[in-house]
Design a protein around this ligand. Structure first.
Ligand SMILES: Nc1nc2c(c(=O)[nH]1)N[C@H]1C(S)=C(S)[C@@H](COP(=O)(O)OP(=O)(O)OC[C@H]3O[C@@H](n4cnc5c(=O)[nH]c(N)nc54)[C@H](O)[C@@H]3O)O[C@H]1N2
Ligand SMILES: Nc1nc2c(c(=O)[nH]1)N[C@H]1C(S)=C(S)[C@@H](COP(=O)(O)OP(=O)(O)OC[C@H]3O[C@@H](n4cnc5c(=O)[nH]c(N)nc54)[C@H](O)[C@@H]3O)O[C@H]1N2
Ligand code: SF4
Ligand SMILES: [Mo]
Length: 727
């Protein structure tokens, strides 16, 4: 006999609703999409190869099942199995000891993709007293949250409604690989029924194949392109006069600014023909409503990022595509307890807030900027969680670990993150982790980062933990469901770790819950929903209301869309969208490197040990155009060195339709089949893209701190003698 449970896949950020059959022995026997629950996609089975891997991952022989304590030298691979109680007692007392010696700020945490629930971590940190959470957010999603908040007073959700939307621009985003769920299917259906698409990407991706309008932009020049589009829209009088007149501030200054960005000039910078720039801009402006989705192609563009997003935000606004159906939606405050309240950021004292590293840098991406921004959003009854907007800059945190300056950072807790593969400059991260007094890693697998830990705490995954996804706490939407099976072995939920650590560190009154389900029950209560009601539907979202500006205006200082951003000016930055020319690549590194474009079946550094997925994609691939391959006498299948100022790695060549002179490599590659100790560390040093990158603040966006993962000068050459076997 087997019982069917409703649950959610947690192998990527879409958390598809699933039906999980469990037999009398508690074994998962079958997993199917759940047509009754959000997000549901009947074509999941065909589209997403990871979906079927859930069973293998749940019972994988290499899953971490018990807490481990390091007994040899750091990285020596010698572990002792301990109980949760022993581990938690040691961790809590070690942390208290470090706090008494160096202050609360000596503890940092590292998080990244949306694998798990994050507010418990922030709640702990705020009560503990440290501003040092390192995320990847600075180059993933957060720039959009910041820029849209500065421009429209709150983040927006771009929206494709095939019945309403007349044009979709996909800019530096590739849902064909990064999102195989509902959105991708909607997009394909939209294209198949004649919907109009513009795709801006140096590679002809699966997404670009949906349209004739593929703009193969030169990496890192999107800012100029956006200014060029604005130039055309304004010169040709294609803007929404009524919306601009009533609801935008700074239009005249914007018009003046973009005058210089003629299609001719922009063609020279971006490599896109003049007539294509003119036609695309006019096409977008005349097809209303129109949506613009942006992705990592922009977020990871380093010094260009903030102002490129500002130009795109202005384009949306002057064409009247803000908070209208089929274009974009300004989210509402949640009816349930907002993440901003759960994280208890007001508990972090001013004396600790100012210790955020990098005093004179990135003034907005600090508590000062956060406070100023939320002053206006609060007028609309809304507040963003601090976690997107005050993230500590990773480069500064790694340096503080190594140098003790400006103060010692001696302890790190990594949750659902693998910084040795996913943060820039692996060597720096490695030296930082090696220098720590205490490294705790909450993990499912023995990753290279976990290999360097003092304690590894085994955590649950899909089906073993309940889920309540809230679009990062910025929207009035929640979806998710219950666990289908109890945690296996001694795996626990991330929540349990923070709940227990909090209680052991004097925060008892703030952790009134015994389980995550208890906590989620309290979170849902203000919306009038019980946890079991929520699990049944798996979805909470009231009907959307658009054009809220009509009676409320925007939650910005001027109450309008700020084409000229008051807060940017106040913090000493250019208040109008701008484009900073990139320094040329030079002869030593004549090519441009893009790292990390998404590919199925992997998710970041995960799943290389999952046999059914590894079989589909055994090695990392470096993509180049046919002409670039010929230029360097490289053939498909050749192993090549990819080298930047930071270092070199090897990947296998594949030919792709893309801009000449550009190299696109995969990231997150390590080899779980290799030795799990120093110096091998699971093949960390062989093909890992982040050996080639840096987040040195000297080269980051001066406004919010973004570093460049997508247009790095590089060179390539054949790795003589290296064959597949050397991987
Ligand atoms: N399969 C899979 N799916 C994933 C993930 C995964 O690891 N694997 N990761 C998830 C995560 S964490 C995220 S944040 C999302 C990201 O989702 P996306 O934003 O779709 O991510 P990417 O594919 O990294 O980048 C999009 C495109 O940007 C292009 N690009 C690179 N440089 C430039 C540039 O200078 N200009 C322009 N216009 N385009 C450029 C790349 O060629 C790429 O096709 O995906 C999520 N989904
Ligand atoms: N060069 C380059 N670097 C990049 C990027 C790029 O495009 N180029 N992309 C960046 C982006 S957008 C992102 S989001 C990051 C992703 O960076 P990470 O999130 O660090 O990447 P993952 O490999 O997904 O690591 C997550 C780890 O969490 C574990 N895990 C899974 N579920 C859970 C859970 O519920 N709880 C806990 N505690 N652990 C869990 C997994 O086993 C895995 O080892 O990488 C970034 N790094
Ligand atoms: S898209 Fe695939 S991996 Fe992501 S949640 Fe859905 S089934 Fe899981
Ligand atoms: Mo991400």
């Amino acid at each position: 006999m087997s019982l069917v449970h409703e649950s959610n896949c947690q192998l990527c950020g879409y958390f598809c609703g699933l039906r999980v059959s469990v037999d009398d022995n508690g074994r998962v026997t079958r997993v199917r999409p759940d047509p009754g629950r959000y997000p549901y996609d009947p074509s999941i089975l065909a589209q997403c190869r990871r979906f079927t891997a859930n069973k293998e991952i749940l019972e994988h022989p290499e899953r971490l099942n018990h807490p481990l304590k390091r007994i040899g030298k750091r990285g020596s691979g010698k572990w002792q199995r301990v109980t949760w109680n022993e581990a938690m007692t040691d961790i809590a007392s070690h942390l208290q000891d470090l706090k008494s010696r160096y202050g609360a700020e000596t503890l940092a945490t590292c998080i990244s993709a949306p694998h798990t629930i994050y507010w418990p971590l922030h709640r702990f940190l705020n009560l503990w007293g440290t501003p040092n959470n390192v995320g990847i957010g600075i180059v993933c999603w957060n720039p959009r949250i910041w820029v849209n908040s500065l421009t429209y007073g709150w983040p927006i959700e771009d929206e494709l409604d095939p019945a309403v939307t007349r044009c979709v621009m996909l800019w530096g985003i590739n849902p064909a690989e990064s999102d195989r769920s509902l959105f991708w299917r909607t997009l394909k259906d939209y294209a198949a029924s004649g919907g109009k698409l513009i795709v801006i990407d140096p590679r002809r991706t699966g997404t670009a194949h949906l349209t004739d309008r593929w703009l193969a932009v030169r990496p890192g020049t999107d800012g100029a392109l956006a200014l060029g589009f604005l130039n055309v829209v304004i010169q040709e009088g294609l803007w929404d006069h009524e919306f601009v007149e009533q609801w935008c501030s700074g239009f005249d200054e914007l018009a003046q600014r973009v005058k210089d960005y003629t299609p001719k000039k922009v063609a020279g910078i971006t490599g896109i023909p003049e007539e294509v720039i003119v036609e695309s801009a006019a096409f977008y402006a005349l097809s209303k409503p129109a949506a613009i989705f942006t992705g990592l192609g922009i977020d990871m563009s380093g010094i260009h990022c903030t102002q490129t997003l500002r130009a795109i935000a202005s384009l949306r606004a002057i064409t009247g595509n803000v908070d209208v159906p089929g274009a974009s939606f300004i989210n509402d405050r949640p009816d349930f307890v907002p993440e901003a309240d759960l994280e208890l950021s007001d508990q972090l004292q001013e004396s600790q807030r100012v210790k955020k590293l990098g005093k004179a840098m990135f003034g907005l991406q600090r508590y000062e900027g956060y406070e100023r921004l939320t002053q206006f959003t609060r007028r609309h009854g809304k507040q963003l969680p601090t976690r997107y907007l005050t993230s500590a800059h990773p480069h500064l945190v790694w340096q503080a670990m190594i140098t003790g300056k400006p103060y010692p950072v001696r302890a790190l807790i990594c949750m659902a993150s693998n910084p040795l593969l996913c943060q820039a400059n692996t060597k720096l991260v490695y030296n930082a982790l090696k220098s720590l007094d205490l490294l705790v890693v909450l993990e499912q697998f023995l990753t290279p980062t976990a290999m360097l830990a003092d304690y590894i705490m085994p955590v649950t995954g899909s089906f073993e933990q309940p889920l309540m996804q809230t679009n990062g706490g910025i929207a009035n939407i929640a979806y998710g469901g219950p666990a289908a099976v109890p945690p296996r072995y001694e795996r626990r939920r991330d929540f349990d770790f923070w709940n227990e650590l909090g209680k052991r560190c004097g925060q008892e009154e703030y952790w009134p819950w015994s389980t995550l389900e208890d906590a989620l029950t309290d979170v849902l209560a203000p919306a009038g929903l019980s946890w079991s009601d929520f699990c049944h539907t798996g979805f909470y979202a009231p009907e959307k209301e658009y054009r809220k500006w009509d009676n409320k205006g925007f939650a910005t200082p001027s109450g309008k869309v700020e084409l000229k951003a008051t807060l940017l000016e106040e913090f000493g930055h250019d208040p109008l969208p701008a484009y900073l020319p990139t320094i040329g690549a030079g002869s030593e590194f004549p090519l441009t490197l893009m790292t990390g474009a998404r590919k199925h079946p992997y998710y970041s550094s995960e799943f290389r040990q999952v046999k059914q997925l590894r079989k589909l994609h055994p090695r990392p691939l470096a993509e180049i155009s046919r002409a670039t391959a010929d230029r360097f006498a490289i053939r498909p299948g050749d192993m090549i060195w990819i080298e930047t100022k930071q270092g070199k790695i090897r990947q296998e060549t594949t030919i792709a339709e893309m801009r000449d002179g550009v190299v696109s490599i995969e990231y997150g590659w390590w080899y779980p089949e290799k030795e799990a100790m120093e110096p091998v560390l699971g093949g960390l040093w062989e093909s890992n893209a982040n050996i080639l990158t840096t987040a040195d603040t000297a080269f980051c966006d001066p406004i919010l701190g973004q570093w460049d993962f997508r247009s790095i000068p590089c060179r390539i050459y054949k790795a003589e003698g290296a064959t597949d076997a050397s991987f």
